[in-house]
Design a protein around this ligand. Sequence first.
Ligand code: FAQ
Length: 336
Amino acid sequence: MYTQAIDVGPVDATASRSTTPQDDEFLKRIARDEKIEPQDPMPEAYRKTLIRQISQHAHSEVVGMLPEGGWITRAPSLKRKEILLAKVQDEGGHGLYLYSAAETLGVSRAELIDALHSGKAKYSSIFNYETATWADIGTIGWLVDGAAIMNQVPLCRCSYGPYARAMIRICKEESFHQRQGFDIVRTLCQGTPEQKAMAQESINRWWWPTLMMFGPHDADSPHTGQATAWGIKRITNDDLRQKFVDVTVPQAEFLGLTLPDPDLKWNAARGHYDIGRINWDEFRRVVNGDGPCNAERMHDRVKAFDDGAWVRDAAAAHAAKAAARYATSPDTRIAA
Ligand code: FAQ
């Protein structure tokens, strides 16, 4: 449903002020759309912005395993269970590529995870809503993964090489996730009246929180201007939200579902759908820790991390032994 080829246009690096000759050279590279690599000189603020965004993104993927993970044992068939298991595992993998990309900027994984567990680091607001019914698993795939792809395809063209490259594989996997979610919702919509009602009730709850995933309006977004001038964000929050609404409305019509916005209507003059007012008070509440499931998500995340300590210790001990064996006898490398 979504292509890997959203046109992102050139970077306007003129919005960044350069203060040193080194910054000047950096901005010229950004304007030429060159990739910045870990060993290249970069302004400290660029490095910090990337650490913030990439690590929040990694945390979102890992916390994002929880709302769906709880449904693995309750999936309605073996086929759905297998698919969901693979999807949740993919999200964990995305978190790992992203933590690795953040580590190339000189921050340690332990610091990043500490920031998440202590509540200092943000993760996407969307994962603080409850998954009350099986239809929610379809809705997450269709809408949440759909929004994630819309936001992330342009990041494949981000100026920082390791982030851009990680996003290519992530977007391919998210595309599959989106289709499997749509397939769940379509199956429910073609099922009994109760199943269709379950799908509608789920969309009613998830529509607005999904639109909030794109972040505050551009005028209220402190980071968009600079991140766009540095070629990190290639399309602004509002433009991505609009693209998402425009592709999703016909999909909902095809399914026979109603999006819960009485103000949603086609605006022929703009060539886009208009939407009603987003509840930014709710957004702020959820981002600041007071959403329906924030406490539960953090509790489960920290517990999973603590319960997995022995696995990390065992893997580290195995790697140390293999490295020692290889140091004395390089031929043992493959067997190790
Ligand atoms: N939730 O100035 P902006 C997924 C914060 S992955 C929480 O606009 P920015 C896969 C923002 O961090 C979903 N906080 O900031 C999946 C900043 O706070 P700070 C995650 C939010 O960075 C699917 C402040 O508000 N995707 O779904 C949110 O330029 C299914 C000001 O905002 C990414 O992370 C929010 N929704 O733009 C997994 C993609 N929105 O740091 C499992 C990469 C904003 O100043 C199942 N990230 N904030 O304290 C981005 O594209 C950007 O970081 C934005 C925010 C667009 C999220």
